[in-house]
Design a protein around this ligand. Structure first.
Ligand code: ZN
Ligand code: ZN
Ligand code: FE
Length: 794
């Protein structure tokens, strides 16, 4: 559906309309740049005998079209039918002009001045036509690793300025050769005005070198073109590791079926268990290693080409070390021509590990010097090229729930597409939180969420956060006039926001973490609230200084009331309880049975752990902060079942507990909901009874999941009765749990709720900055051209 705005006509325009000639100016907002929009329009409009011109401007594409009255009317009415396949029109502004005559239709040079709205498209996976050329023996771009056209190829990752053009991208250093130039200029060519196009004669060049790791001596001179691909494929076949320069950074690749190669990557990356993403040759191979399920094939093969989390199958193509203890693996298809060329080589294994080339939790490497230097011990060879990565960007990660995608990590292929906020407001920087962080910049109603930055607890990521702010604001030309951040006083992002606000004299808004989670859902669904906000989460700073994370809020864009929450239990030893779930098991057992009895139960599960010492911490308030976190409850149950007592990555215990859950179990455990507090002592007691009775962990896990889903559903029903709200927004990191999310969706729909489910805004902390931005946008809204309203700011 395209929103259309029509301005009033001048008298002169009316007069000319009577003569059957009409001239209009169209301003087109949406994904209209870098997708072949202007050439397609040029072809259409010259074909219809119209005159006028088209140009990219920072506000969008601007067209002036003159032609016969019916032609112009028909064109406007059916505008969405004539745009190229990968374009998307959000808004079409139409104004009537006086016909000016003219002799033809022209594509004019881009104008850099003015306000920028959607200046840069996200990266687009190789299109079918370009893929076909890669394997066409008669095509001059056969096997060319940088083949792109008007509707595919790198965009955001190579952008240096706006509007997106060859001049404002890393392609600037590759002037078109004569042949490419004539394609670029030929109206009928599918590369007419393709900004990123190139060929072997003019374009970027592949190279390969050995680092000296493995059995090969370091290269004295790099190999080029076909030889480079051949060397990389051989190395992969032999079980070596190759750093492959992708769109937004280097991947570390190896044969996914080789236990030895995968084990080596894990050791050297310092990542013992966290699942590794894989890239498969084609969709058919994807179907061999995982269950595609409804809707998954479409997401996998989309132009965004994310990593999709799918149920693992036994295939012999995957080492058991890819995703130990988990039921799902992250799969993606080749999305650049370089990937395609690599897989087309007969020696390349059909499934490759393609994990970011970095040490655990560091930003992804974008520079071959870093790869060959600091990371050389994990890389045997480097498949490199000379097109610069301007904007570091990880692969996006998408889970599936109920046949629809839920974005877990919103990065390549999505960024920098904006979300429309509710109000016109001054530009805002929202700094996000701590884990899986992103930042958001707004201009007017548009919120641009940055690429995935990562855990800013890591010093390199904290630096990357500041760099992203600088680059992203320069690229989008947004100079924030207000700053939003989390309430947590110790987050580096909060410190940055405070400093920036102080330096520039800007208002600062501190947004409660779980309010921001709910607002990310409101923002992506363009809803103002109020809604029943369900935030089942790991860690978030509460207004009472406790650690919140199992919250039922009544929330709108401007504020919230905390209605229900999980009963507080101590986190013995504070933060350490996050990575050591047995501490939470002890705490929940102490809550259910008292400390002594709880200790006894836990000793039967894992007597080798320092349980007595940890148990002694429980009563000590200063060492054991109170928490209502749902994530910690999952941790406690995972440990109680003996699944995991210590984690090596965030959420590991909960993920393994989910992976174990049997699919066909209906029952649950009792729980308490009184005075706004939800208590799980009876749940814990029920689980202990089941364990004693010999009920298997898969059944107990399913019953526990069902219990949490019932808590969500019953709480929503109560809040509907008490507050009269029919809409529920689901968010928080625990909502990445497919089993839980699907049960909640089913139960809420059955009871007649309208549900705002997480889709493009991550339910984890990757969505926090968007929620913060939505709050600040509402607080600072400019009404009817008035001044910013910011009375209740600090
Ligand atoms: Zn293409
Ligand atoms: Zn060329
Ligand atoms: Fe959170």
């Amino acid at each position: 559906m395209i929103g259309k705005k029509v301005k009033n006509m001048s008298d002169n325009a009316i007069k000319n309309r009577c003569r059957g000639i009409r001239r209009v100016r169209l301003l087109v907002h949406g994904r209209v740049q870098g997708v072949g929009f202007r050439p397609e329009m040029y072809r259409r409009l010259t074909g219809l005998g119209c005159t006028g011109h088209i140009r990219n401007t920072p506000e969008g594409v601007r067209l002036e079209i003159e032609g016969r009255e019916e032609t112009v009317r028909h064109l406007i009415e059916n505008f969405s039918d004539i745009i190229p396949p990968r374009a998307r029109v959000d808004e079409l502004c139409i104004s009537e002009l006086t016909p000016a005559g003219g002799t033809g239709f022209f594509i004019e040079a881009s104008s850099p001045a003015g306000e920028s709205l959607l200046p840069i498209p996200p990266d687009l996976a190789t299109c079918n036509e370009c893929e076909r050329e890669l394997s066409d023996p008669g095509d001059r771009r056969r096997g060319y690793a940088f083949n792109t056209c008007t509707c595919c190829g790198p965009r955001f990752t190579i952008a240096t300025g706006i509007p997106f053009d060859r001049r404002t991208s890393a392609m600037e250093s590759f002037p078109l050769c004569r042949e490419c130039r004539s394609e670029f200029a030929a109206v009928a060519d599918r590369r007419f005005h393709a900004q990123t196009m190139s060929c072997r004669a003019c374009g970027p060049r592949l190279s390969f070198f050995y680092t000296g790791g493995g059995k090969n001596e370091p290269s004295t001179a790099p190999l080029a073109a076909e030889e480079a691909v051949d060397a990389a494929a051989r190395l992969l076949e032999e079980g070596g590791t190759v750093a492959v320069k992708g769109a937004g950074g280097f991947h570390l690749a190896c044969d996914a079926s080789s236990d030895r190669a995968v084990g080596r990557i894990r050791t050297l990356k310092g990542r013992p268990h966290k699942p590794l993403g894989v890239m498969v040759e084609d969709a058919e191979t994807a179907g061999c290693i995982c269950r595609l399920g409804p809707g998954a094939g479409k997401v996998l093969g989309s132009e965004r080409a994310p990593i999709v989390l799918l149920g693992k199958k036994d295939s012999g193509l995957l080492s058991g070390a890819i995703a130990p203890g988990l039921g799902r693996i992250g799969v993606m298809l080749p999305y650049t021509p370089l990937h395609r060329v690599l897989f087309d080589h007969p020696r390349t294994p059909p499934v490759l590990v393609m994990t970011s080339c970095n040490r655990s939790e560091e930003p992804i490497a974008i520079d071959s010097r870093a790869v060959a230097g600091r990371l050389a011990d994990m890389v045997d060879g480097v498949l490199d090229h000379d097109r610069k990565i301007e904007n570091r960007c990880d692969d996006s990660v998408v889970g599936m729930a109920d046949g629809a995608p839920v974005v877990f990590r919103r990065s390549r292929g999505y960024v920098p597409e904006p979300v429309m906020l509710a109000h016109e407001a001054p530009p805002i920087l929202a700094a996000g939180a701590m884990w899986k962080n992103t930042l958001t910049l707004t201009r007017g109603r548009r919120a641009y969420q940055s690429q995935h930055i990562g855990d800013v607890a890591d010093a390199d990521n904290a630096a990357f956060f500041e760099e992203t702010f600088k680059r992203f604001s320069a690229l989008l030309r947004i100079d924030p006039e207000a700053v939003a951040c989390d309430m947590h006083p110790d987050y580096p992002t909060t410190a940055f926001a405070v400093r920036l606000a102080k330096e520039r004299g800007l208002p600062l808004l501190r947004v409660q973490h779980h309010h921001a989670h709910i607002l990310s859902a409101l923002a992506e669904h363009s809803r103002p609230g109020p809604v029943i906000g369900v935030s089942m989460d790991g860690t978030g700073y509460g207004e009472d200084g406790n650690v919140w994370g199992g919250e039922f809020l009544v929330a709108d864009l401007k504020g919230y009331r905390r209605r229900f929450h999980l009963k507080y239990v101590p986190m013995p030893g504070g933060e350490r309880a996050v990575s050591e779930p047995y501490r939470m098991a002890l705490s929940y057992l102490a809550d259910a049975f008292g400390p002594l009895e709880g200790l006894k139960v836990m000793e039967a599960v894992a007597g080798e752990l320092p349980l007595g010492r940890v148990c002694a911490l429980i009563g000590r308030e200063n060492l054991s902060p109170l928490s209502s976190s749902c994530g910690r409850l999952f941790d406690a149950v995972a440990s109680l079942l003996g699944i995991r007592h210590r984690c090596t990555y965030e959420g590991q215990a909960a993920c393994e507990l989910e992976a174990l859950a049997a699919g066909d179990v209906e029952g649950g455990y009792p729980y308490g909901l009184e005075g706004g507090e939800i208590a799980f002592s009876e749940t814990i007691a029920g689980i202990c009874d089941d364990i004693s009775a010999g009920v298997t962990p898969p059944v107990i896990s399913a019953r526990f999941h069902n219990t949490v889903a019932r808590v969500v559903i019953e709480s929503c029903v109560r809040l509907r009765d008490e507050d009269g709200l029919e809409t529920v927004a689901l968010s928080g990191g625990v909502m990445q749990n497919k089993y839980l999310l699907e049960r909640c969706l089913e139960g809420l729909h059955e009871r007649g709720f309208s549900v705002l489910r997480p889709a493009q805004a991550p339910p984890n902390d990757g969505g926090i900055s968007l929620g913060q931005a939505a709050h600040a946008n509402a607080k600072l809204s400019v009404r009817d051209g008035g001044v910013p309203v910011a009375r209740d700011l600090e």
